[in-house]
Design a protein around this ligand. Structure first.
Ligand code: ZN
Length: 362
């Protein structure tokens, strides 16, 4: 245990979010006071009927779409039912008793649902409630200052009645985001998902090689991953993921490329196109395509290539439309009037100036 995690006084805290959601937290007494003083607001809306929970082969239960989801579509918004510290401080109470008390304080229906969640921990080493927590909890951040001897207090673990059913894939088709103001998780598709397809997220970093991913999953979650990427076991996949993980090292910064006419015109564009191709091949949209698309768009703008700029700016707009990014309108403006792009023609001007100077009499 980290040296800075001091002795804690943990207390049970029943929390409500709006009129419909109830949960229970086992938290440091100071964290409880903060949660009480700033009760979370309910999420703005809750999608309905986007998924069902059913058997997912030898993985136990899983989450499956009821209809196709487009990229960026929200499959689920959910508040946690159980919150516990990510790292337990020093106490006299054994960890298994913490979790038994925590689960036991829930109404019977929720208690039974929780106890029915998967437990992949070795039965002899931990109690059932503790095993369910270790198997199903997602790491969340609370709006608690993490300072000095309280470093560990902002990070917690939470169990969600629905989201905790989502299985892992090393090429996940969805990602989840946490909003600490509404204490809610939002689950979004990162690529198109067919009707009836299983929704998956990544429990470990998907950009590391297969053996490393599988070792982490075995150590932490006690299962052997047989997702499509692991089952194929193609050595080219490890090379691609390693390349994506290291992406950017050795590439010139955009403004340096704009000013340096000796660099090839297409150096950044080709590098980011390659990253997008690797992401597609590996099913790693979860790593994000936006940065690559934005750089390509800017490069074509700096080259004053209007056709290609419009094509990629449209891609950029599509990316933003998926989750209503605030800068969507700005991109729309650039599509209608490319010359409004602040870096429009920057590199073209550099190249033209260089040509002029090389032509001028010595
Ligand atoms: Zn896998």
């Amino acid at each position: 245990m980290a040296g800075h995690v001091r002795s804690r006084r943990y207390v049970l805290h029943d929390f409500a979010i709006g009129t419909r959601h109830r949960g229970v937290a086992f938290v440091d007494s100071g964290v409880r006071d903060i949660l009480r003083a700033h009760p979370p607001a309910p999420a703005p809306y809750y999608p309905t009927d986007t998924f069902v929970i059913r058997r997912a082969g030898d993985k136990g239960l899983g989450m499956f779409t009821t209809s196709a989801l487009r990229v960026g579509a929200i499959a689920l918004i959910e508040h946690p039912t159980v919150i516990a510290p990510f790292v337990l401080g020093l106490t006299d109470t054994p960890a298994c008793d913490f979790y038994d008390d925590l689960f036991g304080s829930l109404p019977m229906r929720q208690y039974e649902m929780l106890m029915g969640l998967a437990n992949c921990m070795p039965r002899t080493s931990v109690g059932h409630a503790e095993g369910v927590m270790a198997t199903n909890a997602l790491a969340i951040e609370l709006d608690v200052p993490a300072t000095g001897s309280n470093q560990e207090l902002s990070t917690h673990r939470a169990i969600f009645m629905q989201a905790s059913r989502i299985n892992h894939s090393c090429s996940p088709n969805a990602k989840w985001e946490w909003d600490r103001k509404t204490l809610s998780l939002t689950l979004r598709a990162v690529r198109p998902i067919r009707a009836g397809e299983e929704i998956t997220i990544n429990y470990v970093d998907p950009a590391v090689p297969r053996a490393e991913r599988r070792a982490s999953l075995r150590t932490t979650y006690h299962f052997d991953c047989n997702c499509a990427a692991c089952a194929r076991g193609d050595p080219r996949s490890d090379i691609a993921r390693t390349e994506l993980r290291a992406f950017g090292s050795g590439l010139p910064a955009f403004d340096v490329w704009c000013r340096d006419a000796r660099m090839p015109d297409m150096v950044l564009i080709r590098a980011h196109e390659r990253a997008l191709a690797l992401i597609e091949t590996e099913g790693l949209e979860v790593l994000g395509c936006r940065e690559h698309i934005d750089v390509i768009t800017m490069c074509y703008g700096a080259l004053a290539d209007e056709n290609m700029f419009r094509y990629w700016a449209n891609e950029s707009r599509e990316e933003r439309a998926q989750d209503n990014m605030g800068d969507l309108k700005v991109v729309q403006t650039w599509i209608s009037n490319p010359r409004a792009l602040p870096v429009w023609g920057w590199r073209r001007d550099t190249i033209q100036a260089r040509r002029r100077s090389s032509r001028s009499p010595k």
